[in-house]
Design a protein around this ligand. Structure first.
Ligand code: GTP
Length: 243
């Protein structure tokens, strides 16, 4: 148990390579060697919606072509990082766990220093990287990432938690760059209406994209993977402001 004030001193555990100097703020787009830094994508959403499963599936789907690292945020444990390590989705030195204390959202939205340091150290130790995935600890529907920490954010909800979640809105549902409605395989068992969820999401989000996924299906992460690839292509373009 960690007794530090959770909002001020999130703790961090890095595997493999030791610390290296923190060199750039979250808003800086280039590394000291002039290369563009990795695209940082945050994944947030309620407890158990499938954030870790999505991160694992993305790593498996993209690791052959891309250099990837992951930061996980858990309240008092390092369960998500341990899960990713057990599943061997990436080498250990590419996975860092931040322990956030009581309020997971503060470490990705308010005091982002531990997460920023983690992404910078991952890139310094393993870099140059193409992509860093930052997984939030499971939180409520209001958890969103600071734009100083990530360049784009994915909000993951699941159909088993109720098909009225898109209708209720909230900053994650309305404002995330990609809304993922996961566990579509469970819809028939829990009586969730996927078409109504799609309609409600459209009403809340306008033209912002929505991906329906079942990670139980072969290549079920495909719509998210394709969205990430589009983001990466825009990031590599001469004007990354397009991301
Ligand atoms: N049926 C089904 N189960 C899924 C799917 N995606 C994830 N799960 C399961 O849902 C449970 C929670 O998934 P996680 O990926 O741990 O969820 P999380 O959002 O990371 O959870 P926290 O980190 O605790 O907030 C696990 O048992 C997963 O295997 C899916 O598409 N369909």
């Amino acid at each position: 148990m960690h007794l530090n004030h959770p909002e001020t001193f999130p703790e961090r555990h890095t595997h493999g390579a030791g610390p290296s100097p923190s060199t750039s703020g979250g808003a800086h787009l280039t590394r000291p060697d002039g290369r563009r830094r990795a695209l940082r994508i945050g994944l947030g959403g309620p407890v158990g919606s499938g954030k870790t499963a999505t991160v694992a599936a993305l790593c498996r789907a993209l690791r052959a072509d891309l250099s990837i690292a992951v930061v996980t945020n858990d309240i008092y444990t390092r369960e998500d990082a341990d899960h990713l390590l057990r599943e061997a989705v990436l080498p250990p030195e590419r996975i860092t766990a931040v322990e956030t204390g009581a309020c997971p959202h503060t470490a990705i939205r308010d005091d982002i220093s531990a997460n920023l340091e983690a992404v910078e150290e991952l890139e310094d130790a393993n870099g140059p990287l193409d992509l860093i995935l930052v997984e939030s600890g499971g939180d409520n529907l209001t958890a969103t990432f600071s734009r100083g920490l990530v360049d784009a954010q994915i909000f993951v909800i699941d159909v088993a938690a109720g098909d009225d979640i898109p209708r209720k809105g909230g900053p994650g549902v309305t404002g995330a760059d990609l809304l993922v409605v996961n566990k579509t395989d469970l819809a028939p068992y829990v009586g969730s209406d996927l078409e109504a969820m799609a309609r409600d999401a459209k009403a809340q989000r306008g033209d912002l994209p929505v991906a329906f996924t079942s990670l139980r299906a072969p290549d079920g992460v495909a719509p998210v993977r394709e969205w990430v690839r589009e983001r990466l292509a825009a990031w590599a373009a001469p004007d990354p402001a397009a991301v």
